[in-house]
Each structure stands twice: as structure tokens, then as C-alpha cells.
Design a protein around this ligand. Structure first.
Ligand code: NAD
Length: 433
């Protein structure tokens, strides 16, 4: 990993840039909003299906709990680092604040390669990880959710393990993103991808991208066809957009027809071969060529640090919508701002997942299940509102930006808004004791 794409550096710079816009913030408050509240590292043994024993490392970080319990996903990835988990927890703090969700920010994960593990091994890793966290997670302290390479099944194991440890009470709100028949919310699986498309749609309607006011016929390239990217592809198509390029960890493809990819054929191909690569009628490209393909909207929906100072000058898009967390470096932000390519940042665009996670938590606390239409309607309302508020702030900041040497991007507008809100609430609550 190059220094530029180091997740901790990216998130510290994002914070520092936001704070520059808030000159009244006192030093101690800045430090408090910067640092993680609690960091857990745990090493634990797991017996594999062949009888051998391996030791795994798990993390859980609560960044801030000023607005409510910690909230954030659990990621399984072989290159997961504590720095990355801290940075992702920080993003969650800002995301919850921006979307008006009464949660703080958290994140966790286990360093493992889920692709090489049996289901029984993943179950044991998950159960042991949850046991190691003990009462550090809970319905009113820290509420996990899915993230990369964890899913509804993983969340069911998290719930079951916690429930065994805490019998005799309603433990459903301890984790979100659960299967539907285990207290999951209708619409949760699709929430992040759907939210991305809602955010893009509203942003275009607000006239933020000159010459592009609707998704109809817009060409879209998506990096990462997992939960987020896959659902976003379907939702973009439902809005009349053409998905012309996609990728996964094995490579990318670009449409050869000009009409956009046949999504039914694409998902069937991925299901049968394990990858998007090789779909008939498409051209195989590498990661860089996919990101640099000409399109109206580029959606990085895989890993962090994918767009940086080397490739940002070569992007041929009119709008970047961040599906993944932290896919752009601050240097890429600057380059795109100078090139007048707006970026709808992660904390705005991919907030649909945590919004519906919050709806799931509310339903679990009330022992209720809302109809899917109600979930979608609430999601739409909240996504639109966040996009409107941040776009307004972005315009206002740039309007009085005569004294600024560079345009202020959407990320700075959004992050500074979240940090200002967090500082206000911190002072309202008062520093204890
Ligand atoms: P996922 O595991 O379902 O999918 C990840 C996809 O990325 C897979 O298709 C994988 O093949 C692909 N990928 C991995 N490495 C790649 C590479 N180098 N190039 C191209 N593709 C690559 O994960 P997800 O839940 O879709 O999450 C994707 C991103 O969105 C992550 O950054 C995650 O933090 C973020 N996110 C997820 C949610 C959610 O609700 N799932 C919410 C907010 C943000």
C-alpha cells in the first residue's frame, strides 16, 4: 500500500480539512472528535475442519458515542488492519451524524480470507469473535452490521451467539442486517445500493452536474459487483441508466453493444462462473482501464484507496458516486475538484445501509416489521434530505469562496457539517464530570 492510499492518513486528512472550515472549534474538542473512544484487538484460536488450529486476529473500534450506541459493520478480509478499522469507524460517526441517525460510529472485523474458508470455519470464527467481544457489543452500546465479505448469515451467527450469552431478553437489536425471518428489515439487503442511486438521482435533479439532470440514459461504470455494486446496477437500470462496465476481484468488462450490459445475463454468468469476466459480447479490461472508461457516472463500490493521484487525472466521468468507503484519496479529491468533476462522498452516498440498519433496530426494539414500501419511502426521504442539505452547504461554501484558493468539494462540506453537529451535541451534553 502506498502512503497516499493509507486509510488512516486519508481519514485524518479528511478530518483536518473539515476542521479548517470550523475555526471556532476548540483544540480539546477537535482531539476528542478525532480519536477513537475505544479500541479492542483480540487474538483467538479456531479449530479448522481438518482438525488443525489457527489463530485469528479480530478488531472492534468504537470511534464516538456522542449521538448514541456505536454502529458499524464487521469486515472479513485478509489484509484488514487496525488503522483501516479506526478510519472506517470514524466515517461511521460522520455518516450517522449527517443522516440524522441516533448512533455513534464503530467498525470491526477479523483478519481472514473468507474465500478460502469453509462455512463451518466462518461460523466458528464469528462465534468466537463475538464471545471475545463479550459485553462490548450490545443493543444499546455497540450494534454491528455486515460489511465486506460478511452477510445475513454472519449476522445470524452474531445474533445467535450473543443471544446464548444473554438469555431471557429481546436481543434482536444487538445486530442489524440479519435474515428476514430473524428480525431483519425488509429492504436492508438492497438499502446501500438503492440509497446510492437515490442520492445520485437527487444530486442530478438539483442541477449539481452541468448537462446531466437525470439518470435516464446516463452511462454508468461500477467497480465491484458485490452487494452494494450489484444492487446499485439493478437500481440504476430501473431508473433508465445504462450500466456499461463492471468489475469484481478477478477483473472488469466493458459493454460492446452501446446499449448497456444485459444485467440478467451478467448475474447469471457471475453465478455460474464466479466472475463477471468472460460475459459474451464484452471486452475484458483491467482495474485501471475500467476506472478510466468514458461514462457519465463512476461508482467505485469495492475497496478503499482505488482512485488516487496517478489515475484521477485520467478519469473520463462527469460524476463520481462513492459506493465503497474511502475509495478516493485526498489528492484525488483535489484533482477532481480542479477538473470540476463532483464527488458524492461515501458518508452521503452509501448511508442507505446504516439508515435501514437503524430502521431494523427500531423495528426490533418495537417487535414489529414494517412493510418494504414503508422502508423504501423512509429511505428515499432521508437520502434526499441529506443530499439536499449537503448540496446547499457545498454551494454556500463555494459561494463565499472568493477567498479560498481551491474549490471546496462535497466531502469537505459534508464532513464539516457532521463534525460541527457532533461538537455542538458534545457541548450540549457537557464534558463529564
Ligand atoms: P461485498 O463483499 O458484497 O462485495 C465486494 C465486491 O468487490 C466483490 O464483488 C468483489 O469481487 C469486489 N472486489 C474486491 N476487490 C476488488 C478489486 N480489486 N477490484 C474490483 N472489484 C473488487 O461487499 P459490499 O458489502 O458490496 O461492500 C463494498 C464496499 O461498500 C465496501 O467498501 C464497504 O465498506 C462499502 N459499504 C457497504 C455497505 C453495505 O451495506 N454492505 C454499506 C456502506 C458501505
Amino acid at each position: 500500500m502506498s502512503k497516499e492510499t493509507d486509510p488512516r492518513r486519508i481519514s485524518r486528512l479528511q478530518f483536518a480539512r473539515a476542521v479548517e472550515l470550523l475555526p471556532d472549534l476548540k483544540r480539546g474538542l477537535v482531539d476528542f472528535l478525532d480519536r477513537p473512544k475505544r479500541v479492542i484487538t483480540t487474538h483467538f484460536p479456531v479449530e479448522m475442519v481438518d482438525g488443525s488450529v489457527r489463530v485469528y486476529t479480530g478488531y472492534r473500534v468504537v470511534h464516538n458515542r456522542v449521538l448514541g450506541p456505536g454502529k458499524g459493520g464487521i469486515r472479513y478480509h485478509p489484509r484488514l488492519t487496525l488503522d483501516e478499522v479506526i478510519s472506517l469507524a470514524r466515517l461511521m460517526t460522520w455518516k450517522c451524524a449527517l443522516h440524522g441517525i441516533p448512533f455513534g460510529g464503530a467498525k470491526g472485523g477479523v483478519v481472514c480470507d473468507p474465500k478460502s474458508l469453509e462455512s463451518a470455519e466462518l461460523r466458528r470464527i464469528t462465534r468466537r469473535y463475538v464471545t471475545e467481544l463479550g459485553d462490548e457489543i450490545g443493543p444499546h452500546t455497540d450494534v454491528p452490521a455486515p460489511d465486506m465479505y460478511t452477510d445475513e448469515q454472519t449476522m445470524a451467527w452474531v445474533y445467535d451467539t450473543y443471544d446464548i450469552m444473554h438469555p431471557g431478553r429481546n436481543n434482536l437489536p444487538v445486530v442489524t442486517g440479519k435474515p428476514l425471518d430473524l428480525g431483519g428489515s425488509p429492504g436492508r439487503h438492497e438499502a446501500t445500493g438503492r440509497g446510492i442511486v437515490l442520492a445520485a438521482r437527487r444530486f442530478l435533479e438539483l442541477g449539481a452536474v452541468p448537462g446531466l439532470t437525470s439518470l435516464d440514459q446516463a452511462s454508468v461504470v461500477i467497480q465491484g459487483l458485490g452487494n452494494v455494486g450489484g444492487v446499485a446496477a439493478r437500481q440504476f437500470a430501473a431508473e433508465g441508466a445504462r450500466v456499461i462496465g463492471v468489475s469484481d476481484s478477478r477483473g472488469g468488462i466493458l459493454d460492446g453493444s452501446g446499449r448497456g450490459l444485459d444485467l440478467d445475463a451478467l448475474f447469471a454468468h457471475k453465478l455460474s462462473t464466479g466472475s463477471v469476466v468472460g460475459l459474451p459480447g464484452t471486452r475484458t479490461v483491467d482495474n485501471e482501464a475500467l476506472l478510466e472508461a468514458g461514462c457519465d457516472i463512476l461508482v467505485p463500490a469495492a475497496l478503499g484507496g482505488q482512485i488516487h493521484s496517478d489515475n484521477a487525472p485520467s478519469l473520463h466521468t462527469r460524476l463520481v458516486v462513492e459506493g465503497a468507503n474511502a475509495p478516493l484519496t485526498p489528492e484525488a479529491d483535489d484533482i477532481l475538484a480542479r477538473r470540476c468533476i463532483p464527488v458524492l462522498p461515501d458518508i452521503v452516498a452509501n448511508g442507505g445501509g446504516v439508515l435501514v440498519s437503524y430502521f431494523e433496530w427500531v423495528q426490533n426494539n418495537q417487535n414489529e416489521s414494517w412493510p418494504e414500501e414503508e422502508v423504501i419511502s423512509r429511505l428515499r426521504q432521508r437520502m434526499y434530505r441529506t443530499v439536499e442539505v449537503v448540496t446547499e452547504r457545498w454551494s454556500a461554501l463555494n459561494g463565499k469562496g472568493a477567498a479560498m484558493e481551491a474549490p471546496i468539494d462535497m466531502r469537505r462540506a459534508a464532513t464539516s457539517q457532521a463534525v460541527a453537529q457532533l461538537s455542538r451535541v458534545t457541548l450540549e451534553r457537557g464534558i463529564w464530570p
